[in-house]
Design a protein around this ligand. Structure first.
Ligand SMILES: NC(=O)c1ccc[n+]([C@@H]2O[C@H](COP(=O)([O-])OP(=O)(O)OC[C@H]3O[C@@H](n4cnc5c(N)ncnc54)[C@H](O)[C@@H]3O)[C@@H](O)[C@H]2O)c1
Length: 237
């Protein structure tokens, strides 16, 4: 398949896990990929180190990409951080960091790319989570950020859909990536509350998510707009 030939795709979170695999997949299908991450990104056509909490740097970064390539066809917002806390112990700093990367970063990357996507009739694929569609204990900030990603996906899809662009999101279940280390349960909690979060069968490997990103980002998904594609191996079925 060469679904991304002549397409310029931005993938955030491209240094690791699902973003890394998505960048690989889009490139393997002929795409030119710009990988953005706070960590160095390898094996992309253009690598940009950017902390998405630095909101003022987002628009200049997107301008730099348009200067280099002249267009943007696909934005995959994959960067994210995990976080568990007892509600009694949550801090404003941690709350703002999780919402800042997962939700605010996703929104302002989308805003900066929007005029270019309107021009190319391109699309956005965001990263939610089953934590945004179903309950996940000890993760008020993370779940709120992912529920917010679903709401902004649907809102931007409807606001901009008649102008010819699509905005969708993927809700992964458990995927074997380094983010798992950021989901250590707090001490002395009722571990039976974990039951609903455990993968039904097995955790996914990142390429099993990358194929879903590639589908939604491609013309194969031309009639998908505003959808939440749950890719969780049946966990929430
Ligand atoms: N792995 C899972 O089980 C799972 C489940 C549901 C949703 N997700 C979501 O999938 C996405 C990718 O996660 P992953 O599992 O590949 O984890 P990961 O930790 O392997 O990758 C996340 C990437 O985001 C980058 N990142 C974090 N904060 C950043 C910032 N401030 N600025 C720029 N880049 C930043 C990291 O450096 C890293 O490269 C996240 O949005 C995550 O919430 C993951």
């Amino acid at each position: 398949m060469n679904r991304f030939e002549d397409k310029i795709a931005i993938v955030t979170g491209a240094a690791s896990g699902i973003g890394r695999a998505t960048a690989d997949r889009l490139r393997s299908e002929g795409g030119t990929v710009v990988g953005i991450d706070r960590d160095p990104v390898d094996d992309v056509d253009m690598a940009i180190q950017l902390d998405l909490l630095d909101l003022g740097a987002i628009a200049p970064t997107v301008a730099q990409i348009v200067d280099a390539y002249g267009r943007i066809d696909v934005l995959c917002n994959v960067a994210g951080i995990g976080h568990f806390a007892r509600d009694e112990d949550e801090t404003p700093e941690a709350w703002n960091r999780v919402i800042g990367v997962n939700l605010t970063g996703t929104y302002f990357m989308s805003q900066a790319c929007l005029p270019h996507l309107l021009e190319s009739q391109g699309n956005i694929v965001n990263t939610a989570s089953t934590a945004g569609t179903n309950a996940q204990a000890w993760s008020s900030a993370y779940s709120a950020s992912k529920g917010g990603v679903i709401a902004l996906t649907q809102t931007m899809a409807i606001t901009n859909g008649r102008s010819g662009i699509r905005v969708n999101c993927i809700a992964p279940g458990g995927v074997e990536t380094p983010i798992g280390e950021q989901f250590t349960p707090p001490e002395d909690v009722d571990l039976t509350l974990m039951a609903g979060m455990l993968p039904y069968h097995r955790p996914a490997q990142p390429p099993e998510l990358a194929s879903a990103f590639a589908f939604l980002a491609s013309d194969d998904a031309s009639y998908c707009n505003g959808i939440v594609l749950r890719v969780d191996g049946g966990t929430m079925a």
